[in-house]
Design a protein around this ligand. Structure first.
Ligand SMILES: [Cu+2]
Length: 169
């Protein structure tokens, strides 16, 4: 009887250990949303991707909703591990996908939601100080013409989910 109890207890320990492992495996959860201080710009699910050790750039992705009554413009921002931050668009040029910086920023009209995602508009983190690792939470900001600066965190997802190696600058 004593032995059986010990065995049962051991199993319970194993089960709770397994439960903890599951928690450790998904530390990031859902990326935190952010809202501008004037309440007009809402940012949903900011994320980035893990990079190879030698990589100098990473992409940033999120959704921007303008709940205000005037157009606004994403003009820049920052990311803790990047020396430089740009807002990029993708375009087809002679059958080759290219990305370029939006010098005048990205306009979001009232009521509009723009999704920045791989293959479309995106943030470009340039001159990375170190590789981005899966599970990292990276401090950053977005700067809007009207709404001002929004502080947020980019959750780093796994490397290579959607490769960007074919893109050219
Ligand atoms: Cu880019």
């Amino acid at each position: 009887m004593q032995t059986l109890k010990t065995v049962t207890r051991r199993w319970l320990c194993l089960l709770s250990a397994a439960g903890m492992l599951t928690l450790v495996q998904y530390p990031t959860g859902r990326a935190a949303d952010a809202v501008s201080t004037d309440g007009t710009i809402k940012i949903t699910t900011p994320w980035t991707r893990a990079t190879p050790a030698a990589a100098k750039v990473a992409g940033g992705f999120l959704s921007i909703t303008n709940t205000g009554s005037a157009p606004d413009r994403l003009t820049g921002g920052s990311m803790s591990m990047a020396g430089k931050f740009e807002v990029h668009e993708m375009s087809m040029n002679d059958g080759v996908m290219k990305m370029r910086a939006l010098d005048n920023g990205l306009e979001i009209k009232p009521g509009e939601t723009i999704e920045l995602k791989p293959g479309g508009y995106h943030l470009m983190f340039i001159d990375l100080k170190a590789a981005v690792k899966e599970g990292d939470k990276l401090e950053g900001t977005l700067v809007f013409e009207r709404a001002g600066t929004i502080v947020l965190q980019f959750d780093a997802a796994a490397m290579g989910a959607m490769p960007t190696g074919h893109m050219k600058h």
